[in-house]
Write a protein that binds this ligand. Structure first.
Ligand SMILES: NC(=O)c1ccc[n+]([C@@H]2O[C@H](COP(=O)([O-])OP(=O)(O)OC[C@H]3O[C@@H](n4cnc5c(N)ncnc54)[C@H](OP(=O)(O)O)[C@@H]3O)[C@@H](O)[C@H]2O)c1
Length: 337
């Protein structure tokens, strides 16, 4: 692939204008679409199952697809410059591969695979949470098919994980209970859904390639085959609890706080997963990611400044999370896995 725009054929426009996205109506996909549309620089096409009841955001073109009919996916991806995949973890395992294979057939040069998790370079954490090998298989397949990828390393979504039930950040808002992992002081780098959306939109709004050897500007090509590292807050559960109390106007007296070791939670969650009970997955994942001294912290690698991402308020983001409670509770099946 040419390294500079000047090597491209006449008529080449050095920008990613046509973007296809899977999951435009989903948790992270909807935030990515909102941020992309806000730039005014992109035409966004939502690939959506033909029988989907998910509401798609205004301003996107809709391409209905049938994952059992590859021609529908190839047709939806024709002439697209970038495919973003944000797919429910509950989707059948081979759906990602179906999309990637169709993207290769349609000639899409770039894919953002389903991931949106921790540091892809932290192999041990990836293996012990089972997510690393899945992510690696996705990026390997994209490369094998001759395309290029950019993935997002954002850590846990702060607002979503706060509201997502006891198995995630330990909070049960209905019962006003909190399970602190170990002493509750281990910090994790987290990102709000909106910050992830903005980060993706920033990268996709960069020039695709440098104009020539002298062009020092930041380009999309610099992110290829790497993670985009982003963060909002590096916080412990105790930091979150202080914020929750401020936002809800409650005190320690209103909450029941218990402790459990991350090691026990990890082992319990893992045993459940191994016995086929996916309800253990979040418990296993979050406990492992909060191991003292081995927690996920991408803050040293975070590219917030490089991408011009804003500073956010912890309490405002806590409020956003609490406002998501009802919505997440409606997704019973999903939140149990
Ligand atoms: N960092 C974190 O804290 C965190 C938390 C949760 C998830 N994640 C990761 O983020 C990614 C996206 O998760 P999400 O919560 O944004 O997804 P989601 O909202 O649950 O779903 C996204 C889209 O997937 C499609 N979909 C749903 N069920 C499907 C099925 N059976 N077959 C095919 N497509 C289906 C739907 O699109 P249509 O209806 O339009 O077809 C839906 O809008 C996943 O990789 C997940 O592991 C990260």
């Amino acid at each position: 692939m040419p390294k500079y725009a000047k090597e491209q054929p006449v008529g080449f426009k050095n920008a990613v204008e046509r973007i296809a996205i899977v999951g435009a109506g989903g948790t992270i996909g909807s935030r990515i679409v909102a941020a992309l549309l806000e730039t005014g620089k992109h035409k966004v096409t939502a690939l959506s199952r033909k029988d989907s009841s998910n509401k798609l955001p205004e301003g996107v073109l809709v391409a209905p697809v049938d994952y059992d009919d590859e021609a529908t996916i190839v047709a939806a991806l024709k002439d697209q410059q970038f495919l973003i995949i944000t797919m429910a973890p509950t989707a059948p395992r081979d759906t990602h591969s179906k999309l990637v294979q169709a993207a290769a057939k349609a000639g899409v040069p770039y894919v953002m695979p389903n991931s949106y998790g921790g540091d892809i370079d932290n192999i041990k954490l990836g293996e012990e949470t089972m997510l690393g090998p899945v992510g690696k298989a996705h990026t390997d397949e994209i490369e094998r098919l001759g395309m290029q990828w950019i993935t997002v390393c954002c850590g846990f979504w702060y607002d979503y994980s706060l509201a997502g039930g006891e198995a995630r950040f330990g909070f049960d808002f209905d019962k006003r209970s909190l399970t602190l992992y170990d002493d509750g002081n281990t910090k994790n780098s987290t990102s709000t859904l909106s910050q992830v959306g903005r980060a993706v939109a920033k990268v996709l709004s960069l020039k695709e390639l440098p104009e020539d050897e002298s062009d020092q500007s930041l380009t999309l090509s610099e992110f290829l085959h790497k993670g985009v590292y982003v963060k909002s807050f590096v916080v412990s559960q105790k930091d979150m609890f202080e914020s929750v109390k401020r936002v809800t106007g409650t005190t320690d007296a209103d909450w029941t706080v218990t402790h459990e070791t991350t090691k026990k939670r990890y082992e319990d969650g893992l045993a459940q997963v191994r016995s086929g009970n996916m309800a253990g997955f979040s418990k296993m994942l979050y406990a492992r990611t909060f191991y003292p001294d081995e927690a996920n912290d991408v803050s040293a690698k975070a590219q917030n400044e490089l991408l011009g991402l804003p500073e956010e308020s912890l309490d405002e983001s806590t409020k956003v999370g609490i406002d998501m409670l009802k919505d997440l509770q409606r997704r019973v099946e999903r939140m149990a896995s």
